[in-house]
Design a protein around this ligand. Structure first.
Ligand code: ADP
Ligand code: ASP
Ligand code: MG
Length: 437
């Protein structure tokens, strides 16, 4: 069984929603995961922010503006009275729900309910459209099986058991549709897998049901060798290994959610990145044997990084020092991305600054601490193994005119990362591109 995921642009208009059938063959048994219609989740974030700020009138205007777009969309999508009626009832229901939350105490629980409405609408709209044109599909509510635990980690085994049971109840059906991004948390509340999370949903489902393949359909022809939003002349990569793709996704290649490679990798389910606008393009295949020796594959960048530098004379010859520092980050559930050490100092980076103040207070017990925000990690993926000489030097040569704050080399055979101030990101990406490719 295959899992196909279509992103926001791929379902971004009535024409695109209808066009899904150019790619999806309804006769094949498969699960199709949909994102919200392009722009919807951003709009829902804006509405939530207005509620949080107590700006009810502003929120009301935003809700109306956005509902009008959906009114236009359903007019174009449905051609029968019954189809339109179904669509109209659906959007009325969801936008009413969003409006009534204006009267509640607005917490992160209500916010997550609002953020879930986009995927709930897009999937139901496609299901109704298919019904209108006589194609059978089954709408699987993701909230019935997508679950995260108390550490916000997806529960793959649980998802697999639940889904297998649900699928077994419909042996005759072939086309199953479900929502990306949304899930339930350990309290049973509506939650989500963070922005861009529909990729993660697809990979989790693929892993959970041991799918033959996961296809991520988006608006570009695969993983490019650099960020196409920043650098001109980037090109798609035909084949990547899971490790390479995971590194690029984690370090900022927006085409994939940062965690979305791991579930597929764990169960060895190949992932294909494909272009909805150009369905015949080869795209990128991510699989176990995708690595290529003797070359540099791609560059990615992750913004919003904070660097923490701890200088401590007590570190000199001390064992257990790093453990005690790392324990602080662990207690605050804050992942560390990069780390470099010297005999008397350690520098590390984080991207989640929720608990930064508390963390720093505790870290200061070890020595003097400096903190710098607005940093960017630039990650170069390629063959940096012991037997491949000179590649790391080429990376450093390409950024020698820029103030590099940290360098990480040797953590794996396929990655060199550098940290610099975000002001230098564009120049770093361009210079690396020009010299490496
Ligand atoms: P979707 O809505 O389908 O999930 P996204 O906008 O999340 O699509 O991801 C696709 C976008 O990712 C592309 O349009 C492109 O601008 C951006 N992107 C950033 N880095 C890369 C890269 N290395 N390769 C391909 N696309 C990338
Ligand atoms: N709709 C969600 C977002 O915009 C999830 C996704 O598109 O992957 O973040
Ligand atoms: Mg995305």
């Amino acid at each position: 069984m295959k899992v196909l995921k279509f992103g926001g642009t791929s379902v971004g208009s009535a024409a695109r929603i209808k066009g899904l059938l150019d790619i999806v063959n309804p006769a094949e048994r498969q699960i199709v995961v949909l994102s919200a219609v392009a722009g919807t989740t951003n709009a829902l974030v804006e509405i939530s922010q207005a509620y949080t700020a107590g700006k009810k009138d502003e929120a009301k205007d935003l809700v109306k503006k956005h509902k009008d777009k959906y009114e236009d969309l359903i007019k174009e999508l449905f051609s029968t009275e019954q189809g339109y009626k179904n669509g109209k009832e659906l959007i009325d229901y969801h936008f009413n729900l969003i409006s009534t939350l204006a009267n509640e105490l607005f917490t992160s629980i209500e916010e997550k309910v609002i953020l879930a409405q986009g995927e709930l609408m897009s999937t139901a709209l496609w299901h109704f459209y298919l019904n209108e044109i006589g194609i059978k599909s089954v709408l699987l509510p993701a909230l019935d099986f997508m679950k995260i635990d108390e550490d916000n980690e997806p529960m793959v085994e649980y998802i697999g058991e639940k889904l297998s049971h649900i699928l077994a109840q419909s042996p005759e059906n072939t086309l199953f549709i479900t929502q990306g991004f949304i899930c339930r948390n350990s309290f049973g509340e509506i939650d989500n897998l963070r922005r861009g999370g529909s990729d993660y949903t697809a990979s989790l489902i693929g892993a959970a049901i041991r799918a033959d393949e996961v296809q991520i359909w988006t608006d570009i022809d695969g993983m490019h060798n650099n960020d196409p939003r920043v650098v001109k002349g980037t090109t798609p990569i035909a084949h990547l290994s899971f490790d390479e793709a995971a590194e690029l996704a984690y370090f900022g290649a927006k085409i994939l959610h940062p965690q979305s490679v791991f579930p597929a990798q764990k169960y060895n389910v190949p992932v294909r990145l494909l272009n909805t606008m150009e369905p015949n393009a080869k795209g990128t295949l991510i699989s176990k044997d995708g690595a290529q020796k003797g070359c540099i594959r791609a560059i990615a960048a992750k913004d919003g990084i904070t660097a923490i530098h701890i200088h401590s004379s007590r570190m000199l010859l001390a064992y257990g020092f790093l453990r005690r520092v790392f324990e602080i980050f662990e207690r605050y559930k804050t992942p560390i991305d990069m780390i470099t050490t010297s005999e008397v100092a350690v520098s590390l980076t984080i991207d989640d600054t929720t608990n930064l103040t508390d963390i720093i207070k505790e870290v200061e017990d070890f020595g003097s601490v400096t903190v710098d925000g607005d940093q960017t990690i630039v990650c170069v993926v390629g063959d940096f193994g012991l037997n491949s000489h000179g590649y790391a030097a080429r990376v450093l040569d390409a950024v020698k005119h820029l103030p590099v704050r940290m360098i990480s080399y040797g953590g794996s055979d396929f990655n060199v990362s550098i940290l610099l101030n975000s002001d230098h990101k564009t120049e770093a990406l361009r210079s690396l591109h020009n010299r490496l490719f």
